[in-house]
Design a protein around this ligand. Structure first.
Ligand code: PMV
Length: 320
């Protein structure tokens, strides 16, 4: 086969990854746990036998940084390669803290392997490859609730996503409040490295996170939203404390971020089961049951550009 198309959903970490134990192989300092989200997706076509390299994003030549990152991933996966054409389309904003690199590199990995005619790999091996494009991409190979163990091996073969419960295990909602769209002020790789080098809290973060992952996995398996929600908030606030204590400080929050966080706390005080998480950006994502999603959306409305309500999504897959 010389061409293939794949699709993948983004995922949002419930227990966060921040920090690398190996920069070249993109190995994390901490394990993490995520939820793959339906509603948003990336679709990527890879074609060999073309005259020259081309990378299109949403039918236009991709920004240089984006193209360079995609092509250096291809170089790594397929050394001594012929020119390649990559057409990728996101049905949601790219590079705006909505995890487009997770769905993007998961879809690219799957399409690249299939288009190369290489022997099909199992999902774990694909996840190891996707991790080298973007860490969080290794979780988007699977649907539902996914754990990414940091692993111990220096070659990283034990550091990949693993499904802990499929999308239909638990019907929850992630209400994504877009406080501000647009590119983030500092990318996650640079931010993580700066935190590792300069935050006095970094080591504590690394040690504190592992028990959270185990406890969160158990709470997913017993569908215990209050337990999971509390662990999720602990993890995200600890990660942002590390960011804030990095020198120079990494502050992704905007006034709307804090307003949404307080809105979540107020809803909870009045009896709604909802908990918040944030990534490397100003947006706030709230985890709740489907029946409460409208109420959360209404509470976010004054503070955000727009809201998306997303449920659990399936694994990355090849398209015919
Ligand atoms: O996979 P990256 O390099 O985009 O880093 C993701 C970092 C966070 O979104 C902040 C946390 C996570 O676990 O997804």
């Amino acid at each position: 086969m010389s061409q293939a198309t794949a699709t993948a959903h983004p995922n949002i970490a419930l227990i966060k990854y921040w920090g690398k134990r190996d920069l070249r192989l993109n190995l994390p300092a901490v394990s993490s746990l995520s939820l793959t989200l339906a509603g948003f997706s990336t679709r990527t076509q890879v074609r060999w036998s073309v005259p020259a390299d081309e990378v299109l994003l949403d039918e236009r030549p991709a920004p240089e940084r984006f193209a360079r990152r995609a092509l250096s991933f291809v170089d790594r996966m397929t050394p001594d390669r012929p020119p390649v054409s990559i057409h990728t389309h996101n049905d949601f904003p790219t590079g705006a803290g909505l995890a487009s690199s997770a769905s993007g590199f998961a879809a690219l990995t799957l399409a690249l392997r299939a288009a190369s005619g290489a022997p099909q790999l199992d999902r774990r091996a694909l996840s190891v490859l996707a991790r080298q494009g973007s860490g969080s991409a290794c979780r988007s190979l699977w649907g539902g609730f996914v754990r990414w163990n940091r692993g111990k091996r220096p070659d990283g073969r034990d550091s990949h996503g693993l499904p802990i419960a499929a999308a239909d295990h638990w019907d929850v909602r992630m209400v994504v409040g877009v406080v501000r769209s647009g590119p983030k002020s500092i990318g996650s790789t640079d931010g993580m490295e700066a935190s590792r080098r300069t935050s006095p809290f970094y080591q504590a973060w690394v040690e504190h996170n592992e028990p959270l992952v185990d406890a969160a996995e158990a709470s997913v398996l017993r569908r215990d939203l209050p337990a999971l929600g509390e662990l999720m908030e602990q993890s995200t606030l600890a990660m942002h404390a590390v960011m804030h204590s990095t020198r120079p400080p990494i502050i992704y929050w905007r006034p709307g971020t804090l307003a949404c966080l307080h809105a979540v706390r107020e809803l909870r005080a009045s009896g709604t089961g909802v908990w918040a998480t944030m990534d490397a950006g100003p947006n706030v994502k709230a985890l709740c049951l489907p029946a409460d999603a409208d109420r959360v959306q209404a509470a976010f409305a004054p503070h955000v550009e727009r809201c998306h309500v997303l449920g659990p999504g399936g694994p990355a897959r090849l398209l015919p």
